[in-house]
Design a protein around this ligand. Structure first.
Ligand code: FB9
Length: 529
């Protein structure tokens, strides 16, 4: 029934009610209407001052699921009695099987016995269940029918208690409205205007018109607009965290990288398993990179073979330029960090040259870089691993940086996500020494979760770049997918990424706010204010 017609019917009934009062639930039941829709009609009549409505709490008995089943199929005890032959008996197990729901059979048998509707006849040796009462009245079904038809007032309190105890009925508190006429009450409903038109203003007719109240709580029509994928919402949070920590974003718009920047520049030996087809996607076209800075490559070669001038022994194994030139899909954004650090190293070398090689004349400007972008690993796929994920990475180059600086910075970083309880566990990376995995205690999962990896980049990586002797570079990394899965409650990466993703999930995914960041937000807003 359309809202206008419902309103029309309501005022009719109210105008006819002797008591001058109409209860919204009664009206809904008697006209088999949804109570919520009736409440809507009462509210709009109220907004036109046609009625006054007083909210009242009414207790009402309602059938439980089991109660509804009995009205449907008869009481459990009646069904047991009914399943017995008029004469003679049947064995109990056979009888019980006649009733599909085992629980119903049990309850029914007990009740029928206590009602003395049935009995056990042992006269023929084996006990048989027989009818004791030739006729029975399924009174339970009858009274439940009364409750269903809204005339539970016909039941005695003792009966109500019994049915409640048998969980066949339940008492529910219901909010309803007692509605009375108000000064503007009339049975003809002028459809309230929802907008004031230029016409009305010109001819002044707006003065006599009824206007619908603004419903300021009305939810606007959701705008047809783009929606950020949860990963991008979390990515934006991490970007803000890095900016707050004074980091500069690295350009990561090159998925294709040469093995040189992806591995060799990071002192990853050419025989390292990570460089196998098993772990890395190699390109067939263009197969090779022809733009590797030759001098730098020479220094890297020396470093791999015998440590070059880094004080390292190197890997004392053959190093092939052809291997370094192979193009791959980058396996980590640390390749981008290497490019940026090399640029910083080269700028420092330029300064040094223009200072006539006098280090005291120039000062190394520390740098803080971050990147959040896609990396590709030819890994075995499982619920949390795809062949690509987004790596979050931060690197800092400055004089005399230590492991303590790294731990401190990682603590600061994760504190902005509300993660305070960190543990560091030594690990191995070809490009950092020492290296650490980071763990945080996850109360929800009730375990320590690995939240990333980190380390101090090896001299074999940073010295050939031209960074001064006293400059150290620290770095740490984590994935974007893992925090996003935790934040949005996904345990399978395929619900978040890939062709199986349900777009509605993206549309409905709430914005990503980490409690902790609220404070910093409000602080930022206040400072702006
Ligand atoms: O993200 C990871 N875990 C993680 C991070 C955050 C989180 O939730 C936050 C609370 C809200 C929950 C979990 N990991 C790194 C740990 C594991 O998931 C690990 O199994 C998988 N790792 C990926 C690599 O898998 C092969 C995550 C990915 C990873 C690993 C290492 C780095 C980056 C990403 C790195 C690095 C690095 C090291 C030194 C110097 C510079 C960069």
């Amino acid at each position: 029934m359309a809202a206008e017609d419902l309103i029309q019917l309501f005022v009719q009934k109210l105008s006819l009610s002797e008591t001058g009062l109409l209860n919204s639930i009664e009206f809904a039941t008697n006209n088999s209407l949804e109570h919520q829709k009736v409440v809507g009609a009462v509210k709009s009549l109220q907004s036109m001052n046609m009625v006054v409505a007083e909210q009242i709490e009414t207790k009402r008995l309602e059938l439980t699921g089991e109660g509804k089943q009995i009205v449907e199929n008869g009481s459990h005890e009646y069904r047991i009695w009914e399943a017995l032959p008029e004469t003679g008996g049947i064995e109990q197990p056979v009888l019980m099987k006649k009733i599909s729901d085992e629980n119903v059979a049990k309850l029914g048998f007990t009740k029928a016995m206590s009602n003395k509707w049935i009995a056990i006849d042992k006269s023929s040796g084996k006990p048989l269940v027989i009818r004791k009462a030739t006729t029975v009245v399924d009174e339970v079904r009858h009274v439940l029918q009364l409750v269903q038809d809204g005339s539970s007032n016909k039941l005695t309190d003792q009966k109500k208690q019994e049915l409640k105890k048998r969980k066949l009925i339940a008492e529910i508190n219901e909010k309803s409205y007692d509605v009375r006429k108000a000064e503007n009450f009339s049975t003809t409903i002028a459809k309230p205007e929802t907008d004031i038109s230029a016409e009305m203003i010109r001819d002044g007719s707006w003065k006599s018109k009824q206007f619908k109240d603004y419903n300021f709580n009305a939810k606007g029509i959701p705008p047809e607009c783009g929606h950020l994928h949860p990963l991008l919402k979390v990515r934006e949070q991490f970007r803000q965290i890095f900016f707050e920590l004074g980091f500069e974003e690295m350009p990561t718009n090159n998925y294709v990288e040469s093995s040189f920047w992806c591995f060799d520049a990071l002192f990853v030996p050419q025989k390292h398993p990570a460089r196998d087809m098993q772990d890395t996607f190699f390109l067939s076209e263009p197969a090779e990179c022809l733009t590797i800075p030759s001098e730098y490559m020479e220094r890297i070669k020396e470093t791999h073979v015998n440590g070059g001038s880094t004080g390292s022994t190197g890997y004392s194994m053959e190093w092939k330029e052809s291997e370094a030139k192979k193009n791959v899909l980058r396996t980590h954004t640390t390749a981008v960090s290497a490019r940026m650090l090399y640029k910083v190293g080269q700028e420092y070398q330029q300064q040094l040259i223009s200072a006539g090689g006098d280090k005291s004349k120039i000062e190394f400007k520390p740098v803080k870089f971050f990147s959040i972008d896609k990396v590709f690993r030819n890994e075995t796929l499982d619920a949390t691993h795809l062949a690509e994920f987004n790596q979050i990475e931060g690197v800092v180059a400055d004089q005399n940086l230590s492991l303590g600086h790294l731990m401190g910075l990682i603590k600061e970083f994760f504190a902005k996500l509300g993660i305070h309880d960190l543990r560091f566990k030594p690990t191995y990376n070809p490009y950092t020494e020492p290296s650490m995995e980071m763990y945080s205690w996850h109360s929800g999962l009730n375990k320590w979760v690995e939240i990333g990896n980190s380390g101090l980049f090896r001299p074999e990586m940073i010295r050939p770049m031209g960074l001064p002797e006293d400059v150290n570079v620290l770095g740490w990394g984590l994935s974007l997918e893992r925090p996003t899965m935790i934040k949005y409650g996904y345990d399978n990466i395929r619900d978040l990424v890939g062709h199986k993703v349900d777009l509605q999930m993206v549309y409905d995914s709430p914005c990503c706010i980490w409690e902790e960041r609220k404070q910093s937000y409000s602080k930022v807003q206040q400072s702006k204010a």
